[in-house]
Design a protein around this ligand. Structure first.
Ligand code: FES
Length: 131
């Protein structure tokens, strides 16, 4: 059995949404200390919906495929839905990742979380604290 699914290879070789958004509403950058890979997510948000998303990933094949798939999964979705995206959902959408490569999908989840946190910090009025 090949190490990577066809979907992983497809998203690695032809990643979707690569690049930067100059006037992004939110940016999140995360890194993995162990492997040294870095992922940066740019979000454009209109009416609480992610209207555009781009990423830059300096990392392994799984990290690039995970970023690509994660951007596809959140594009056009409400911010609330993107916040709930798990790394398992990213890996499943890629038809699985080898166990020792699951941390690469975690990077995608964390990069989106970091970008949304950036958005929240910049727009506190849109996220009232509820007790
Ligand atoms: Fe570091 Fe894949 S090996 S993210």
């Amino acid at each position: 059995m090949p190490l990577y699914s066809e979907k992983v290879m497809e998203h690695f070789l032809h990643p979707r949404n690569v690049g930067i958004i100059e006037d992004a509403d939110a940016v999140g950058e995360v890194g993995n200390m162990k492997c040294g890979d870095i992922m940066k997510m740019y979000l454009k948000i209109d009416d609480n919906v992610i209207s555009d998303v781009k990423f830059e990933t300096f990392g392994c094949a799984s990290a690039i495929a995970s970023s690509s798939m994660a951007t596809e999964l959140i594009k056009g979705k409400p911010v609330e839905d993107a916040m709930k995206l798990t790394n398992q959902a990213v890996a499943e959408a890629l038809d699985g990742l080898p166990d020792y490569k699951m941390h690469c999908s975690v990077l995608a989840q964390e990069a989106i979380e970091a970008a949304i946190n950036d958005y929240k910090e910049k727009n506190p009025e849109k996220f009232p604290i509820t007790y």
